[in-house]
Design a protein around this ligand. Structure first.
Ligand SMILES: [Zn+2]
Ligand SMILES: [Zn+2]
Length: 259
């Protein structure tokens, strides 16, 4: 084990000499790859979601975090407009700083470097906030097959695989499919956005009937994508749908909804 670690350190040091790697936020030279493209300081200072947060949409209560309150309660938005198809949304971090940039890099060319730090972020959150026995299946938000082929992977599937071991008795189920390509959700507004995602998903077969589902995505911004997935899952007869994402947008929309 020790030899392996030493070799890894040497290997990294050598790579660093030939192709130095710098933190994508502050530019500092990286001496470890444990946080992907970021130095420990930038990675740790990216805001995590901590109590108190809304147990329905998962978002922190502005102004109350850090004053010592440990009990969660629903936010005004969720009290006014309950989510019809989703029971709860869980998110480990705010879509901001190194985590937001890390997710974008993970999608486009950072598979190798970012999968572990993002999975670790989820695991920390799951151990703090979630019931490990609550789910029968983990279902990744699917990509359309054309997009998945060009990217080479579905980032949500990699995340779901990475955290599966945290949920005892749960299995990975991929019978939710994206049957129609869609445009980037958060660049659209109102009825156009709804029409864009409507009918984009379908459930194949009957493996999800009666199951408690945890839908896994990298980031939830407008919520339109996961709402539509959940609607289709309910039509296929699931017991309930919760959502787990690495990051949630906390204020305003960001042009990074799943495409
Ligand atoms: Zn940095
Ligand atoms: Zn809420």
């Amino acid at each position: 084990m020790e030899v392996k670690q030493e070799w890894r350190d040497w290997n990294l040091a050598l790579k660093n000499l030939v192709f130095p790697i710098f933190c994508k936020i502050c530019g500092e030279r990286l001496l470890t790859d444990e946080n992907g493209f970021f130095c420990p300081r930038c990675w740790e200072s990216s805001p995590r979601i901590e109590r108190p947060f809304c147990p329905l949409c998962g978002r922190p209560h502005a102004g109350l975090v850090g004053i010592g309150s440990q009990s969660n309660f629903p936010c005004a938005d969720c009290r006014a407009r309950p989510h019809p198809h989703i029971r709860r949304v869980y998110g480990a971090a705010e879509f901001d700083g190194a985590v937001a940039l890390g997710i974008k890099l993970f999608k486009f060319y950072g598979r190798e470097r970012m999968v572990k730090p993002l999975t670790d972020l989820l695991k920390d959150y799951i151990r703090r906030e979630m019931d490990p026995e609550a789910y029968d299946v983990l279902v990744p938000v699917p990509l359309h097959r054309v997009r998945e082929r060009s990217r080479g992977y579905n980032q949500s599937r990699l995340l779901a695989q990475g955290v599966l071991g945290e949920f005892s008795g749960a299995s990975l189920d991929e019978s939710l499919r994206r049957i129609r390509p869609t445009r980037t959700q958060s660049l659209l507004t109102g009825p156009v956005r709804e029409a864009n995602i409507r009918g984009a998903f379908a459930v194949m077969g009957y493996s999800l009937t009666g199951k408690g589902v945890l839908l896994v995505d990298d980031v939830v911004t407008t919520g339109g994508t996961v709402q539509e997935c959940a609607r289709v899952l309910h039509r296929a007869g699931v017991k309930w749908v919760d959502v787990l994402a690495v990051a949630l947008t906390v204020s305003g929309l960001q042009p990074n909804d799943k495409t």
